[in-house]
Design a binder for this molecule. Structure first.
Ligand code: FES
Ligand code: FES
Length: 154
């Protein structure tokens, strides 16, 4: 039985071999992380583990035991959206929205390791996330805007 911390709270242990995305969605009711391909290809299920992106559909809870997991539900603080979430809203970066939690978590992971990414760095970091609505340019613009806002707040 693996114990994990999710969005700052120690959560009920998962049974051995439990898939992380299923644990989050069905055991904890955190449905912001999406099931897309289920094969590690689309990025819809991306969460952060110790600040870095991980595809939860191809990960067991055991594999991240002891780690600090953050889902899209855990990004806002004191009722304020994270700067990346706010930028996605301001830049109208979503159509259906299904891919967006995965893009946002991937972008937050990028900004955790690179405070001031260039456009090519942003593009590269997001390259393996798929958006069936094709809002890539707006997503890239939103991430660049978030980096600027976070930089100005420092
Ligand atoms: S659902 Fe996990 S990568 Fe597609
Ligand atoms: S906004 Fe629809 S899949 Fe990306």
């Amino acid at each position: 039985m693996a114990s994990v911390t999710v969005n700052g709270e120690e959560r009920a242990p998962a049974r051995a071999g439990r898939n992380l995305l299923s644990y989050l969605r069905f055991d904890l009711g955190l449905t912001g992380s999406k099931y897309g391909c289920g094969e590690g290809i689309c990025g819809a299920c991306t969460v952060l583990v110790d600040g870095q992106p991980l595809r939860s559909c191809v990960t067991t809870v055991d594999a991240v035991a002891g780690g600090e997991i953050t889902t899209i539900e855990g990004l806002a603080r004191d009722g304020e959206l994270h700067a990346v979430q706010q930028a996605f809203v301001e830049q109208s970066a979503m159509q259906c929205g299904y891919c967006i939690p995965g893009f946002i978590m991937t972008a937050v992971g990028l900004l955790n390791r690179e405070a001031n990414p260039s456009r090519p760095q942003i593009r590269e970091a997001l390259a393996d996330n798929l958006c069936r609505c094709g809002t890539y340019q707006r997503i890239e613009r939103a991430v660049a805007h978030a980096a600027t806002v976070i930089g100005e707040a420092r």
